[in-house]
Write a protein that binds this ligand. Sequence first.
Ligand code: TEU
Ligand code: CA
Length: 600
Amino acid sequence: MDSGELGGDSGETNGTRRTGDSTEAMDSTETADSTGIGPKREWWKEAVVYQLYPRSFYDANGDGFGDLPGVEAKLDYLDALGVDVVWLNPVYDSPDADHGYDIRDYRSIMPEYGTMDDFDHVLAGLHDREIKLVMDLVVNHTSDEHEWFRKSRQSRDSDYRDFYIWREGRGDGPGGKGEPPNNWESAFGGPAWTYDERTARYYLHLFDEKQPDLNWDNPEVRERIYDMMDWWLEKGIDGFRMDVIDLISKAEGLPDGDADSGWTGSEHFTSGPRAHEFVAEMYEEVLAGRDVMTVGEMPGATVEEAQRYLGPDGDGLNMVFHFEHVSLDYGETGNRWSIGEWDLAEFKQVLTKWQNGLEGEGWNSVYLGNHDWPRIVSRFGDDGLYRIESAKLLATLLFTLRGTPYVYQGDEIGMTNFPFEREAQVRDVSARNFVERKKADGWERAEILEVVTMRSRDNARTPMQWSDDEYAGFTDGESWIPVNPNYEAVNVADARHKDDSIWHYYRELIDLRHARDVLVYGSYDLLLPDDPDVYAFLRTLGDERVLVVLNFRDGTPTFSLPAEVAFDGTELLVSNYPVDGAKPRSFELRPYEARVYELE
Ligand code: TEU
Ligand code: CA
């Protein structure tokens, strides 16, 4: 082991500099991890990130829509929870076709969220509390109302024409338009191409038709984006979460895709031919030498691709969000709208592959849900009888895996999926499209709503439940999206009141992670890979060892520590049930029980 590793040196990898704080803490841990490839200390590895979905966080002016003054009003809440970084979903000016992921102006704030002054207050308020701010960077596409697209669509010889991807139709389809240029699909359903009468050409949109894809092959597009990133960084933000950043490069010739894949065309635009080149260039032009954090959202990314974006000789990103562990319960059609089985052994195997695959080759982000997925306790736990236990179990996993944990707003109080009763309750564009398709296919209403309840992105977007007041204390007006009816029982006020709540358990785990380097930098070893009920693993850093045991079922399986794991003494670090003096050699677990031991 190279002694400089965990202790750090002056070398820069992944575009970050060590902060003063880390330098001090470093001396306490000269030892390396047991892998021989000790990671370098970085603040973003030690940080706990809170993902804040602002339209549903807190509404300060009673229009039913969460806003930046609402975030400001709740800064002490974030401080009390103990998080280090906030990732703020998009607040840029937007016509809101995809809840802000369709940006009209990168340098202004959507009026519903407030003003740039309000933004500056939030940033300053976070920094006063030593919380960093990471912004969403949405640059695979813009809104069709963005000035660039408005100019681009004006004429075939517009200066902005090549900012987007325009093609002629194929053959002579209806009205002389031809058919779409290829068979690619929008992630939200339907063709990825929309015909624009004005110039009689199709434009590409991998998402909604109001989200035309930018043409990254055009160097001027890249330059404009880098300028914009620079502008935000100069304002003092601390990094970017990069929306679908692995989709920015499309295969030359835009060939047809495999019509049987979960997302037709995706093999031609997932980490496409120039994706690494573009990301590396962005790093060089904007990020290098700045003490910021970056995480690239990457549907379809494999461990090998991630190593190239992150690794020691990689493109410079700090982390990726891969989708493997959140796609395991897809059914036959290979996307979220078909319901398949979820298998714990497979889940462990995928997470373990990523834990091991990025060891020395990058750094994991650890997340179980976000604004695009159902609520974690409804999906991976039990949102009925064992809601509290299973929410704590999932939190235990989140904070004890190796990687930076991302807490999604509301998970800290165990918010659940929304019980949809009416189509009118559906807000998300992708769910609305699903409903329309299935109605056309003749599905029963109840059948459609059942799938929506399990899979809609709306589940994660219902208002934060602050109290048992009307609209869960989220707004004094009328909320833009229905509040989950369980708010009277599931809310922040109640959770902060009760010492044994999910909220206090999150607090405890956040403190523990801050206190224990082994939970951040320790290596990861899976135990009992084939156990269908229990997820158990060891974290090791020098002579510190932590054992994590998680029962993912409502049964009472027995856990037996493999004989080769020796120890003299143990200390229980955290658990979601009262535990007496029992030693972790072998014990029976209660439903959704989680225990974390230190082995001595
Ligand atoms: O999501 C990218 C993405 O591919 C999905 O998670 C998407 O929700 C799914 O394919 C739909 O079934 C990112 C953002 O997180 C999401 O909110 C945006 O809608 C999307 O990009 C487009 O910007
Ligand atoms: Ca508001």
